[in-house]
Each structure stands twice: as structure tokens, then as C-alpha cells.
Design a protein around this ligand. Sequence first.
Ligand code: COA
Ligand code: AMP
Length: 631
Amino acid sequence: MNYDEAFRKSIDDPDSFWGEAAEQIHWFKKWNKVLDDSNPPFYRWFVGGEMNTCYNALDRHVENGGGDRVALIYDSPVTGGTIRKYTYREFRDRVALFAGVLKARGVQKGDTVIIYMPMIPEAMIAMLACARIGAIHSVVFGGFAPRELAIRMDDAKPKVIVSASCGIEPKRTIPYKPLLDQAIEMADSKPESVIMFRRPEVEAGLTEGRDHDWEELMAEAEPAECAVLKSTDPLYILYTSGTTGIPKGVVRDNGGHAVALNWTMKHIYDIGPGDIWWTASDVGWVVGHSYIVYAPLIAGATTLMYEGKPVGTPDPGAFWRVVSQHGVKALFTAPTAFRAIKKEDPKGVYLKKYDLSGFRTLFLAGERTDSDTYHWASRLLKVPVIDHWWQTETAWSIAGNFMGLEFFEPKPGSATKPIPGYDVCVLDSDGKELHEGEEGILTVKLPLPPGTLMTLWNDDTRYRESYMDPFPKYYFTGDGGYIDEDGYVFVMGRVDDVINVAGHRLSTGAMEEIIAQHPDVAECAVVGANDDLKGQVPIGFVVLKAGVARDKNEIISELVQSVRNQVGAIACFRQAAIVKHLPKTRSGKTLRGTIRKIADGREYRVPSTIEDPAVLEEIKEAVGTIGYGKK
Ligand code: COA
Ligand code: AMP
């Protein structure tokens, strides 16, 4: 089958397209219906089917003779070069034992478990153990501050939290226990128990009656079998930034997710049993969920987990060392990681030290790959560089290229073609479909394919309002862009207040809420400004309350510190300017789009609805003082 045939079939006859794909997954009981579209926009896949994601990721490979193949390679330069390998059999046994630990702590099918951990194998073990017994995990990225963790706890209401004593950044070690204690203190919904994996780098005391030591519980546990789950039972909740301070809890199913991810490994990534696959991301993000943990294991490949950075651990040759040492066939990471390497090693001197003859493809996502980085990586690596577009909501890519189906000559700046299952349409603001080459809002005609979000946790209304109501019968992606005359999709950026900082999705609205809490602040606007390394960084414009006469720099550093304390260092909120007014429409809406254009030094039109055009001059000046506004 070529791409056109696969794409047409997925849209015209999804039952047969996805029904065939589902044959590659193990089912305890086959489904009655591939797609249940009786209650739009709540679509359900493989209804009546019973399966277990962990069984598909681990047990079935062991039972089919693959028990001695390596499931996971853990490579950790930040702990002095630790390398550990687990076969499928060893990994299944560890997961089964930890599943027994969770059961012994009272975790049952349908209970929620929060996992707040760094990039260590135990994070994966905890995720798969939840999947094994039908508990719903919610992984919270280890770089988030206590407030963000507390917000997620109050929404997910975990019975148990699994954590570790520390995360390790190149410049510092971050003890997690104080962060966890603060979050539990702040949250209304407290866990019954905390299971703490104690790393040698940082000791963590245990709170009597609440905290338990991972190893001690493992020593006394009985392994747990895989629960028989409905295809439509939730596998996990993953919180992602929306336009407000309250994150959205994306809910994923079991059956559709396993089927879709397995399909992608063969057709998009060309990875199967025996291949070494590396996703350099973090298990706290969707890329980590799908392509560090679930997809490579479901496909029977070897997944590599890397606890380090592209540069500084120890040098910009880190990625090439890992690729050559472990025989990595394909790498998936964010463009920002490549920009960091390019900045420190523009000529690829470090690259030349390593044998990359087994390396076949570089996949990039998380933000648009700029043409400079695309050309640099293609020239040095001499393999296809594939930009593909996706979101937490979808779990896998909406547009991309196909190493295992049909390869299209990439066009720099484009994510290539819509993936089978995604009928991508460009609409204008009235919902009219636009023609090729015309830029508008990127949407996907419903239904979305399997594996995409079922709803938002405990919030069907927000699911409808955020994604389905803006354009009935279409899924609203939040991204803008166009499709060219060859059917290539160009994603030009978000049309809402979500920003992408070094591949991390963040909400400017959440930062505004924190800044607005400062006693001297009357109002503020935070926008994403283009940044050469990180893609975007947030910058703030702050109006002080009348009569505040304190030193402006002091106020700004307090604001920077509170965003750092309350969201986390990853927000990279470092710059703000005090202004007298924010530009607003006559109805009082802040003109963030215009501020963003000024910050990027782009052309802008003075909006006809603006209350006072003179305010834009002040913004221009403020932008200049903090070093932005240049092209
Ligand atoms: N836990 C705690 N803190 C973390 C963290 C984590 N897991 N990850 C990052 N941070 C902190 C960093 O220590 C840094 O703190 P600092 O302000 O005290 O220095 C801050 O957050 C910003 O970190 P980072 O974004 O990593 O910036 P950097 O300048 O140190 O490194 C890159 C730049 C490009 C190398 C880095 O951002 C990177 O590797 N990005 C790839 C991201 C990625 O894989 N995204 C997944 C999407 S596919
Ligand atoms: P996240 O949910 O964190 O994966 O972020 C999703 C958002 O990242 C998308 O809505 C896009 O704005 C952006 N994004 C991801 N991949 C790409 C890409 N290849 N090209 C352009 N934007 C991308």
C-alpha cells in the first residue's frame, strides 16, 4: 500500500483500516465495533474489546520468545556515566513486582497514581505497573514546582504518589522530597501513601505513616498479573497547558492508543524488534509517554532512556556518543536540542569522533524545525531529517513523513503530509474551508483516529469547549498554518496563548495569574517572543498599581522569582518591563497578538479597535529596553 491508498482508506473506511492495524495487538477478547461514533464528539475505539497495554508492551514479547532481547537501555551521564540494560524478561518481572507493591498499598483498577520522577527506569516501571493493574497514571514532569504538582493532585486525586529522592541537572541536584511535601501541604486532595525511590545522590527521610521506601516494598511484594481491561478504560491522564492557569487533563484509552502507536512504529519510524530506538525527551511529556515508554515496547524494540542534556553532559558530542555506543537506529528529539548542539559545535567537530554508520533517521517535533537547523542537521548527519507535528492531545503525529510507508522529499519548514487517520483542514475564522496555500486555522475533520484524547479528566464540558465547539465537526488544534499545492502541511504557530519554550508547552495565562498576585501589580500581559535557542521565551509587560514607588528592578526580580517558584525554572521567565498601560481594545481586551508582533520585530497593523494607539509606542520602547523587537 502506498501513502495515498493508506490515507484514503483511513478516512473512507476507518473500520477496516484500524481493524487491520488492531490485529497486530494482543486482545483477550476481540472488539465488537472498531469505531463507535454514536455519541459525537466522544468517539470510542474497539468497543467491547478487552486487552492490557502492559501485556502488549512486555509479557507478550517474553511469551513469544523475545524474553532475552533488551527492552531498555538506561544511559545517565549526569550520574557519572551509569549504563544499565534490562531484558524484556527482567523488565516484565520488575514491573510485575511493582504492580504488586501498588496493589498492596490498596491501588485498584480505576484508581489514580501520580508519578513525579526524574528520568530513571523506575519512572517507566511505575507507569507500566499502573497499566498492568488498570490504575490510571498521571506523570508530572519533574521540573514542575510544588504549586503545579498540587494543582494536578487536586484534579487527579491520586491514591498514591510515586517519587524519587532527587532529580539531577548538570549544574545542581534537586531534592524532590521538600517539593513533594510542599505540594501535599498545598493540595486539598492528599495521597494515602507516597512511595519514594531513594537515589544515592540525595537522602530523603520518610514521613511516618505516609511514606514508604521503594526497595523495602519491592522486597516484600508479590508479582501482580495483568488485569483484563476494556479497550476504552483509561490508561493515563496527562496534564498539558491550556490558555488558563488550570491545566487540561488529557485522558487516553488503552486499546486505541496501543493500536495507533504500534502502527506508527512501523510506518512512520520503521522500527521493530531488534532495533534500538532513542527518544531524547522526558517521561513527563507526551513524547516521553508515547515514544520512550509505550510505542517502542509495544513494537518489541529496544528503547533508550537518557538522563542528560544535548550539551554540557559533558560536551556537544553527547548525542553522537550515545548513538554510536548503543547502535541507535533512529533518534527523536526537539529542534531546540539541535540548536543547542549547533551553537556549541557548528562545524560538527564532535560528530566526527563517532561512528554513526548504523544511524538511519532523525525525527524532530515539539516545535517547527527552522530551515537553518534542518539544513545543518541534514548536511552533517547525511540521513533524512523528519519534522513531524503533534500535540499532547493526539499522542502521535498529525502530520509527518513515512520511513516505513512512503518517503516524501522534505520541504524545510513543513511537517510534510497528514498522517493516515487525520483529515487535516485549514479553516478561516468563520469555519469556511480554505484553499491550498491559504493560511488559516489548522483543524482535523472528526472523528480523530484512535489513541487521541477521549475527553478531559472530569471535564467533558471543557473538552467540548476547547476542542470541539470552535468549529463543529472539526477538532480545533490551536495551531495556525496552511497546506501547499503538493499537500504539505506547514504549521506556523499557536493561535492561542500557549507557548513552547525549549520544547516545553507552557501557558502565558498561568504566568499572568502568578504575576497578578504580586501586591504591587495592577495588571500584566505575558507573551512568547522568538528566541534563537529555545524557540520562544516568555516576556512580561507589567502595569503597577497607582502610587507604587518602589525600585522597578526589584519588583521585576520578585516577579521572575515567583514564576520560577510557582511554575518552575523551565518556564525561563527572566524578562519583564514595567509600562504605564497595556494596549487594549475599546472593549477592554489586551492586544496580546500585537504585543507579540512588536516583541518579534514583525510588521503589525494598528488594530482599528484599539483604545489608544499611543500605548503601542510605549510597548515598542519597553521591548527595546529588554533586548527584543529586532528581526
Ligand atoms: N527538573 C528540574 N529542573 C529542570 C528540569 C528538570 N527535569 N529540566 C530543566 N530544568 C531547569 C534547568 O536546570 C534550568 O534551570 P536554571 O534556570 O537554574 O538554569 C531551567 O529549568 C531551564 O532549563 P532548560 O530548558 O533545560 O534550559 P538550558 O538552557 O539548561 O538547556 C536545552 C537548553 C536546549 C539544552 C534544553 O532546553 C533541552 O535539552 N531541551 C530539550 C527539551 C526536550 O527534550 N523537550 C521535549 C519535547 S519533545
Ligand atoms: P505539546 O502538547 O507539548 O506536544 O505541544 C504541542 C504544540 O507544539 C503544538 O500544538 C504545536 O504548536 C507545537 N508543535 C509540535 N510539533 C510541531 C511541529 N513539528 N511543527 C510546528 N509546531 C509543532
